[in-house]
Design a protein around this ligand. Structure first.
Ligand code: ZN
Length: 450
């Protein structure tokens, strides 16, 4: 059925069948993420946790009794995914941080039974947090094929969504274990085993690298260059440009990663945040408004370790990784957005807000805004083989982000959130803000209790 006929049929059904939608976002500009353009003045109908119809606002009638969200002047795009996080298994504040930032799905790369329970807790449509996928315990330091294969089988049988590879591995065991994950339909994400070079990733069936820096560590030339900055103070003017020193090397790595078919979840924000924390930039970094939600113990720890004067290597690693991100993009490496955020923000990466910052880094690296947004929407869905997500179309999951301004014009507009639809449930900005404020109040009360 073509689109026009489909929309006509939808309109007819609407008129005939009465209430068949629960929620409507009307007169809104839509960024479907299937094309890099905005469709003006549309209406989106949602039923349960699915989008059931989209059409020009003056053609698609809205049934009586549905919850109406006036989208006039606003921009609707799919909710965001952070494909590399570490949530608090006991259901901490980070869950709200994600939701309040329009992050409707997260993938926790390390888990145990508590994460499976949390995944259940987050299943209801009105849960105040993102949908959770969880990897099992790390599959790490394995040196025989049988153990490698059994470990992956156990993780799959226990009901986890993915397996995270970590540590040193025997090559045969790594190849067999990643092949088992593929066979079982279990997403495999990992660090590259540090006792091998990139050959092993090429030989394996690993689906995604958990950090772009894995490709740095797997390359002797890049490592040797970074090591010349080890232990040096922060004096950026004295540093050489990695592009000039390593341009061809970066190029050939990008080609190789692209040819291998492995996905990359860059997480460049981790290096950026470390850099800011350990240099003079700390003062301005620590004044970011969202850091009011940082727990006091972490805040104190950040303050004690600030500007320790050994930032040269971070500085150069960040520049190198940004160049590599650009090269990977140009080479066509499939990438999903991830930030390695954790509840206590141990890596100086704040859950939820981190996604917008990583989007900014992708754009800074030369990736067009639309393609950066794809990393957090359609690509993330592809990584997880959930084709009917991360897009706005009839039949897709109703995880949506309502923005006041156009994210294609300025990537920082993804922070300009008017509301979030999570599994069909509407969260307005004022409700999200009230929830954040009450978190803060509780914290203040705890802190001032005798
Ligand atoms: Zn991690």
């Amino acid at each position: 059925m073509n689109v026009t006929r489909f929309l006509f049929a939808c309109a007819l059904m609407t008129a005939q069948a009465g209430v068949w939608a629960d929620l409507a976002v009307t007169h809104v500009n839509i960024l479907t993420m299937e094309q890099a353009t905005v469709l003006a003045d549309q209406t989106v109908l949602v039923r349960g946790r699915k989008i059931v119809a989209i059409g020009p606002a003056n053609e698609l009638s809205v049934p009586e009794g549905v919850q109406l969200i006036d989208g006039r002047g606003h921009f609707l795009m799919p909710g965001l995914t952070d494909a590399h996080v570490h949530v608090d298994p006991d259901g901490g504040r980070d869950l709200l941080f994600y939701l309040a930032n329009g992050v409707t799905t997260v993938i926790s790369l390390r888990g145990d039974e508590r994460f499976l329970a949390l995944r259940e807790k987050l299943l209801p449509d009105d849960a105040a947090g993102p949908r959770l996928f969880s990897c099992g315990p790390f599959a790490r330091d394995i040196f025989d094929i049988e153990t490698g294969v059994e470990t992956v089988r156990h993780i799959a049988a226990a009901g986890y969504d993915c397996v995270k590879f970590y540590g040193d591995w025997d090559a045969g065991a790594f190849v067999a274990a990643t092949a088992t994950a593929r066979e079982l339909g279990l997403l495999s994400v990992g660090h590259a085993p540090r006792n091998h070079d990139f050959d092993l990733i090429e030989a394996s069936q690993l689906r995604a690298l958990a950090h772009l820096e894995e490709t740095v560590y797997a390359d002797p030339a890049l490592n040797a260059w970074l090591d010349t900055y080890r232990g040096r103070g922060d004096e950026p003017a004295a540093y050489s440009d990695p592009g000039r020193a390593l341009g061809q090397r970066i190029e050939s790595i990008a080609q190789r990663v692209a040819a291998s078919g492995v996905w990359v979840i860059p997480t460049n924000i981790v290096i950026d945040a470390y850099l800011k924390r350990f240099t003079d930039a700390f003062e301005s970094f620590s004044r970011r408004p969202y850091l009011q939600y940082l727990d006091p113990a972490t805040r104190a720890e950040w303050h004690d370790n600030r500007g320790h004067g050994r930032a040269a290597r971070f500085h150069q690693q960040f520049r190198l990784q940004q160049l590599m991100l650009q090269a990977f993009y140009k080479a066509g490496v499939p990438m999903a957005l991830g930030t390695d955020a954790s509840q206590a923000a141990r890596l100086s990466v704040m859950p939820g807000w981190s996604v917008h910052e990583e989007l900014q880094l992708a754009v800074d690296a030369g990736i067009p805004a639309f393609d950066a947004l794809k990393m957090a929407t359609t690509n993330a869905a592809r990584l997880f083989k959930r084709e009917n997500e991360g897009v706005i179309r009839a039949g897709a999951r109703a995880d949506l982000l309502l923005l006041r301004t156009n994210p294609l014009e300025d990537i920082t507009n993804t922070r300009d959130i008017a509301g979030v639809v999570r599994a069909g449930h509407w969260w307005s900005r004022s409700v999200l803000d009230a929830r954040l404020a009450s978190l803060q109040e509780r914290e203040d009360n705890t802190a001032s209790a005798p």
